[in-house]
Design a protein around this ligand. Structure first.
Ligand code: NAP
Length: 285
């Protein structure tokens, strides 16, 4: 049976008012000439039964695709039938859809990051240093390791870093301090990825990079933060003559991959790649 729209999509998490996802996905629907809409379903952390009810709507076909964000990215895992390899490795999901009668959880942050990194004028392999040990850091480490990078991780708290070390074989961890980085000899890194939230508006003058340690002389600096467009870390990198980028490209790529999954799950194929329309939509915000 052919799908005859509208494509009903949405996002759950809490809070949701600053999310760019409605803009991104509305642009994708329009660019692909598909009828549909993208709604917000804010669900507070103490309302888990509402999350379960929302998933029933997916199972019943009353919703065709759902994005999941903080604080439900991990909470939702036991409510799903299947996880994609990426979601299993990261142990968090950001995209849900039906595959026949099975509710699938996927994580498009990892392939979204890789897709954007590969488009940049950045090294293709070598030694990478990831800052942070939260959900985004897990996606970045999974993506880099699966692409052959040697990965080290510097984090403020040791507990999540050591948990990640146990889950990602070969991962070196260190404190995100001047002493921690000095002991590690960061000069060997050709890629630095900020996967902390440091530097995000309104705290635009803050940088996750410890003072007193120079940035590695040949590193590409990838900041997952995209607001402001030039973070304090990217500014320091530029002043040191290094090249880098913010996380806007990753934001678009992970959203485009989610959109592609949803369109595919109802038996349609994308008439065109929606990335350009999505990027233009968020740039004029
Ligand atoms: P998260 O799970 O809350 O993790 C945040 C991480 O930042 C934790 O490791 C936290 O360390 C660290 N951190 C916070 N403040 C710090 C500070 N002052 N110094 C050192 N470390 C600090 O959040 P997330 O989902 O991983 O997201 C992280 C960032 O990536 C956010 O800015 C998010 O917007 C961005 N992101 C962008 C994209 C994209 O598509 N561009 C996708 C996903 C996420 P502690 O554990 O010590 O608190």
């Amino acid at each position: 049976m052919t799908f005859s729209g509208p494509l009903l999509l949405g996002l759950t998490g809490y809070p949701l008012q600053h999310s760019l996802s409605p803009v991104l996905h509305t642009a994708a629907l329009r660019a692909c000439g598909l009828e549909g809409r993208y709604d917000l379903f804010p669900i507070a952390p103490d309302r888990i039964q509402d999350l379960e009810l929302l998933l029933v709507r997916l199972r019943q076909g009353k919703l065709h695709g759902l994005n999941v964000t903080i604080p439900h990215k991990q909470v939702v895992l036991p409510m799903l039938d299947d996880l994609t390899p990426s979601a299993r490795m990261i142990r968090a999901v950001n995209t849900l859809y039906m595959n026949g009668s099975r509710l699938v959880g996927d994580n498009t942050d990892a392939p979204g990051f890789l897709a954007d990194l590969q488009r940049q004028d950045a090294p293709k392999s070598g030694e990478a240093l990831v800052l942070g040990a939260g959900g985004a850091a897990r996606a970045v480490v999974a993506a880099l390791q699966s692409n052959g990078w040697r990965v080290s991780l510097a984090a403020r708290r040791s507990e999540p870093a050591f948990l990640m070390q146990a889950e990602f074989p070969g991962l070196r961890v260190m404190p995100l301090t001047s002493a921690g980085l000095a002991a590690w000899q960061p000069a060997s890194a050709v890629l630095i990825v900020n996967a902390t939230s440091v530097g995000m508006a309104p705290h635009i003058n803050e940088s996750p990079w410890p003072v007193g340690i120079p940035l590695p002389a040949h590193a590409f600096v990838y900041d997952l933060v995209y607001n402001p467009a030039e973070t304090a870390l990217l500014k320091t990198a530029r002043q040191a003559g290094l090249v880098g980028c913010n996380g806007l490209g990753m934001l678009v790529e992970q959203a485009a991959l989610a959109f592609e999954r949803w369109v595919g799950s109802v038996g349609l194929t994308l008439p065109q790649a929606p990335q350009l329309a999505m990027l233009q939509a968020v740039k004029i915000q």
